[in-house]
Ligand binder design. Sequence first.
Ligand code: DAT
Ligand code: MG
Length: 152
Amino acid sequence: TVSERSFVMIKPDGVSRQLVGKIVSRFEERGYKLVAIKSLTPSPALAKEHYIDLASRPFYGGLVKYITSGTPVVAMVWEGKDIIRQGRRIVGATNPLESDPGSVRGQYAVSVGRNLIHASDSFESATKEIDLWFSEAELSSYEPTAWGWVMA
Ligand code: DAT
Ligand code: MG
């Protein structure tokens, strides 16, 4: 739906490589609405909870360490028609070897363990992740100028 929201996070490698503007532009230029954005170094507790579904995987520890490295992440909420599925398309496949070359990972990433960006993969995970990373007061309500043309 038009009011669907997704949680998107530029990981520390994306911030360190100074790709924040280019990545944000992809969502902005597509017509999506920036509902929230902040830069932070997540606590281990936050990173672990964010990736809790992967807790049994061998790379879980390394993944949490990477996300909490001290180089910040940029956490965002984007809103608009089909943003959850479109966000996954903009981000690209998990393994950069399989990412569409037009996607963020397909253009900038080469390693699955340094794949630059996260986007919610379902309505359930989007709801959980937005609630985990943001308070209600941090989520803005407004209408971008061309909203009606893009989201019709
Ligand atoms: P995605 O980030 O595309 O939603 P996921 O939820 O399956 O992918 O995994 C979360 C992150 O964990 C992923 O972005 C990178 C890391 N990861 C996944 N599989 C991995 C693997 N085989 N080796 C190392 N890191 C991996
Ligand atoms: Mg995932």
